[in-house]
Design a protein around this ligand. Structure first.
Ligand code: MTE
Length: 313
């Protein structure tokens, strides 16, 4: 993401996910099928996979063409699994996503450690087809499976002091080889203002394309905030705290001049080293104009009324 270390621009054939990764994923999905509304189905060729059952079409979906599954799962940013675009898929199999728990603390009436299944079960799973716009100026359209982050926060009963939500990714260099190097300060952390987190566009995603979340895309649970640059969508979340003060965020700590707390998609505010006016949709040849708030201005612009978005980048 930071692009100070060498980074290949395109996926090489050597970066294509080895079959063993997919096989492991299928096995894992079968094991998980008893959990969060999953049903075993057969893939062509007889290999078993698991799809989510009873996913309803959620609001805000775009009918733009969806980026192929192969691109979304082989061109990733997940520094815990390596800094190259193909590294996360290559190193995905080592990440163990069951059992998985999420610790919740800070300004809530119901702190505790929630098992992944218990956290997810009360929620109706929705498909949300969102644009994801990376700060590196490429974009994708992804059908996520998830549920509103705001619904989870409501269940935790925030106190009147809660103003922000802080998130943390798993820190385990054994499972995540990228963490054996101090490329950024681990664990990866992110944050949202509470009203942003409560906005119905913000979701916790547990899958995509109707299937469980592939490890390289942030299994078993990640944030998706479609009006912000992709790096705000923190992956493989193990901790969530409701806090009084603006929490630190991984990329802001690393390069504060380049990455602010808000990180709203904004074509009028350039990154110090490149323009944000246009983007390359993965799979397309011509560049597109980047839209304010990634095209979600109607829904979210009011959250920032009166704020100077050049200062609050
Ligand atoms: N979350 C963690 N924990 N670690 C990361 O390196 N990269 C971010 C974000 N979430 C990242 C992360 C960046 S820069 C982007 S663009 C998106 O994940 C990419 O999501 P995708 O690989 O599913 O497309």
């Amino acid at each position: 993401m930071l692009i100070k270390i060498g980074r290949p621009n395109d996926v090489k054939s050597s970066e294509i996910t080895p079959q063993s990764v997919f096989m492991d994923r299928r096995r894992f999905m079968m094991a998980a099928a008893a959990g969060v509304g999953l049903a075993s189905v057969s893939l062509p060729g007889g290999a078993p996979a698991a799809k989510f059952e009873g996913v309803v079409k959620g609001p805000f979906g775009t009918d733009e063409e969806q980026t192929p599954f192969e691109d979304v799962t082989r061109y990733n940013n997940f520094y815990e699994l390596g800094t190259g675009k193909g590294d996360p898929a290559r190193n995905a199999a080592g990440l163990k996503t069951r059992p998985w728990s999420i610790a919740v603390g800070g300004q809530v009436a119901k702190p505790g450690t929630y098992d992944f299944d218990d956290l997810v079960k009360p929620h109706m799973l929705e498909e949300r087809v969102y644009r994801l716009r990376c700060v590196e100026a490429w974009s994708m359209v992804v059908p996520w499976v998830g549920f509103p982050l705001g619904d989870v926060i409501k269940r935790l009963e925030p106190t009147s002091k809660a103003r922000y939500v802080a998130f943390q990714t798993l820190h385990d260099p054994e499972q995540m080889p990228g963490q054996r190097r101090a490329v950024i300060e681990w664990p990866y952390v992110e944050g949202l203002r509470l009203d942003e987190a409560m906005h119905p566009l913000a979701i916790l995603a547990v899958g995509m394309y109707g299937e469980m979340m592939p490890n390289q895309n942030g299994a078993p649970i990640r944030l998706v905030v479609p009006w912000k640059y992709g790096f705000k969508s923190i992956k493989s979340i193990v901790r969530m705290d409701l806090v009084e003060h603006m929490p630190p965020t991984a990329w802001n700590k690393q390069a504060p001049r380049e990455y602010g707390f808000y990180s709203n998609v904004n074509p009028t505010v350039d990154h110090p080293r490149w323009s944000q006016r246009t983007e390359r949709r993965i799979g397309e040849f011509l560049r597109r104009e980047t839209l304010m708030f990634n095209g979600y201005a109607e829904e979210v612009a009011s959250l920032y009324a009166g704020m100077d978005l050049a200062k609050n980048y």
